[in-house]
Design a binder for this molecule. Structure first.
Ligand code: C2G
Length: 131
């Protein structure tokens, strides 16, 4: 079984995220999503999520491409995750191009093109204009 892992906040969940998850799953047979916790989001990414971790986890678990959701609590957990879950391929959007090349020592590293024209920021701005 070829295992794939990816990381992210996935809030507000949109089709750009689903496109990424679909293509990540195509890299193997089993997809693990390490979902940024609320605390990690705030402390490390200065992101305030609309949906709390449990709700974002519930949404991801409903997506057919996702097999397991685990918490992302630290930037430094990736090597341990890859080893603990015997991951073959790490996947992430190309906005991170090159940032996780250190993982090449442990698994394949794949950067996938982001879906253009959609982002949580853009959703929020559009909603603001419409209100
Ligand atoms: N993504 C995408 N297209 C978009 C928006 C997002 O392909 N229009 C991808 C991102 O490249 C990422 C995933 O969807 O691979 C999740 O996006 P975010 O929730 O914004 O993830 P991020 O905050 O970048 O967290 O340790 C890594 C970080 O946790 C990644």
């Amino acid at each position: 079984m070829k295992k794939v892992i990816t990381y992210g906040t996935f809030d507000l969940l949109h089709y750009g995220h689903v496109n990424l998850l679909r293509r990540a799953k195509e890299q193997g047979d089993y997809l693990i999503v390490a979902l940024s916790t609320d605390e990690f989001n705030w402390k490390e990414k200065q992101k305030v999520c609309y949906f709390e971790y449990e709700k974002r986890k519930q949404l991801l678990e409903a997506i057919r491409y996702v097999d397991l959701v685990i918490p992302e609590e630290s930037w430094d957990q990736k090597v341990n995750d890859v080893q603990e879950f015997k991951v073959d391929t790490f996947v992430i959007g190309d906005d991170w191009e090159g940032k996780f090349d250190f993982l090449k020592e442990y698994c394949e590293v794949v950067y996938l093109a982001r879906t253009p024209e959609i982002s949580t920021t853009q959703i929020k701005e559009t909603l603001k204009k419409k209100s």
